[in-house]
Design a protein around this ligand. Structure first.
Ligand code: XMP
Length: 515
């Protein structure tokens, strides 16, 4: 395995994913992790991530200096390289010219890290500091126009540094550098495969759970569905899948989910119809955070009641993923006081994410996986495309796409409009061009004219976005023709709607959902 020490880079998870793409297991840990804990994992290599700080600033994250003498190969990326230079006796200074974006990499030493890499490859840079004096034993592997030390190495000690970001997709040949590091320098074997994961996980579940009973809250998303499959293969009927219908799912989804699982895959699903309870709870509620809290709270309530009815159970299966368990470096630091700052935008409600203080022991077989790895596992065990490649859908569902009060009537309006959006983009074969594409119902009305009659009805907002991870997003530049078809269909087929508008806000400053 490869350990990635996170110094606050926005790319730390990406580094881990790139390494796993080479079929080598990797984990992200905070730069503050005790060196003993790192050694216990017996990593074949360590990568230092980039980070937002300057190595010479007062609060710069530092690592235990003993790490350089462990004899484990290390690759420092950006801040990670600068830290290597600084701690080993070289010098880092504010560069005369920073480098942001593309840079042409000229290779001076085509061995080790740069084996089989083309001279003149484009690499992605993002730095204002540069290494101006190398520590003893180091030499330059590559340079760019503005950065003489763009890549460095101490070959004897197997310490390497790159000022650019090989992990980002814009760095041409970046993945080759990562492969050279993990295979040739660290000597890793490509053993991290989907099949190996599935076999090991099923075996692991059997050993842990034995003949005890497990409860799973199914949501219809790829995580809980994959979990249901793995658990069912491992323990058969000792698994109970519970699907709580809050009434905020999309048109036809609850029926489809129950039918896929029980009819197609012979995994029985306990369908809990809680629609009335939820809509009653939301009566008169317009504040987005209050809505989210009430839905989350009610969900737990229903879950507890139903689990008592169906139980007893020994274990609760959770779809916890790797990004939820990474203890990344928190380097959001106030530069004058050194205090850490956290900002909350929304309280997320996740159907799988029940509180830890329920009376169950937990089984979390996906906790080592990234989302794209879950998709691959789902695919490999035969989950249908419609689940594996479904757009993300928030736990509170359509309720947070109805601005203002959620009523049965307004839910029906939005559900019909949402159906048309999904139907059209699927028909046109562009469903996967978007990260998400959905409709939002506004609480206002406007005047229109239909069939010579005045109308006074609701506008629907179309929100189509592209994104890599949902953290940042851009509004999709959808062809006018597609917008036209969708707009026509919605105003013609959904009675209470007479106007369609298109949201052209990226994230930031907007968020993806309207609430
Ligand atoms: P925002 O609106 O914060 O959304 O830009 C980012 C991504 O998260 C999804 N989302 C949620 N997912 N529970 C979830 O499971 C939630 O409460 C929730 N709120 C937003 C959203 O659809 C987008 O993909």
């Amino acid at each position: 395995m490869i350990v990635i020490l996170d110094f606050g880079s926005q790319y730390s998870e990406l580094i881990a994913r790139r390494i796993r793409e080479t079929h080598v297991y990797s984990e992200v840990m905070s730069y503050q992790t005790d060196i003993k804990k790192i050694c216990e994992l017996n990593p074949k290599g360590i990568i230092f991530s980039g980070g937002p700080n300057s190595v010479y600033s007062d609060f710069s994250p530092q690592c235990d200096r003993k790490i350089w003498d462990l004899g484990i190969p290390i690759l420092g990326i950006c801040y990670g390289m600068q830290l290597m230079v600084q701690q080993l006796g070289g010098q880092v200074e504010k560069a005369k010219y920073g480098e942001y974006g593309k840079a042409l990499l000229r290779i001076d030493d085509p061995t080790d890290l740069f084996t089989n890499l083309e001279d003149g490859s484009i690499m992605w840079m993002s730095h204002g500091d540069s290494s101006t004096k190398l520590p003893e034993g180091f030499s330059i592997l590559a340079h760019t126009e503005n950065t003489p030390c763009a890549a460095i190495a101490n070959h004897d000690k197997k310490l390497f540094g790159v000022q650019f970001h090989p992990e980002v997709v814009h760095s041409v040949g970046g993945i080759a550098i990562i492969r050279n590091f993990v295979y040739h320098i660290c000597g890793c074997e490509p053993t991290w495969t989907t099949k190996a994961f599935v076999d090991e996980t099923i075996d692991g579940i059997r050993k842990k759970v034995k003949d005890r009973k497990v409860l799973l809250a199914l949501s219809g998303g790829v995580d809980s569905s994959t979990l249901a499959f793995l658990l069912h293969q491992a323990i058969g009927d000792n698994l109970t899948c519970m699907f709580i219908d809050q009434g905020f799912m999309r048109k036809g989804e609850p029926e489809r989910l129950v039918s896929i699982f029980s009819k197609q895959f012979h995994i029985p699903v306990e369908y809990v119809d809680a629609r009335e309870r939820f809509i009653k709870k939301l009566e008169g509620i317009v504040d987005p955070e209050e809505k989210r809290h009430l839905i989350g709270h009610e969900f737990i309530q229903v879950f507890e009641e139903e689990s008592q009815r169906l139980g007893p159970f020994d274990y609760l299966a959770q779809g916890t993923l790797y990004p939820d368990v990474i203890e990344s470096a928190d380097t959001n630091i106030n530069s004058s006081t050194g205090e850490r700052v956290a900002v909350k935008i929304k309280s997320h409600h996740n159907v799988g994410g029940l509180p830890k203080n329920l009376r169950f022991k937990l089984v979390e077989p996906l906790r080592k996986l990234f989302k794209d790895e879950v998709r691959r596992v789902g695919q490999s065990i035969g989950l249908p495309e419609e689940i594996v490649r479904r757009h993300p859908f928030p736990g509170p569902g359509l309720a947070i796409r109805i601005i203002g009060e959620v009523t049965a009537e307004r839910l029906n309006i939005l559900r019909d409009a949402d159906f048309i959006v999904r139907d059209e983009i699927s028909k046109q074969g562009v469903y996967h061009d978007f990260w998400q594409a959905f409709a939002v119902l506004l609480p206002i009305r406007s005047v229109g004219v239909m069939g010579d009659k005045r109308t006074y009805s609701h506008p629907i907002v179309l929100r189509f976005i592209t994104s890599e991870d949902g953290m940042t997003a851009d509004w999709a530049k959808v062809p006018y023709e597609l917008l036209e078809i969708i707009s026509n269909r919605i105003v013609n087929e959904v009675e209470a709607v007479n106007r369609i508008v298109y949201d052209i806000t990226s994230k930031p400053p907007g968020t993806i959902e309207w609430e």
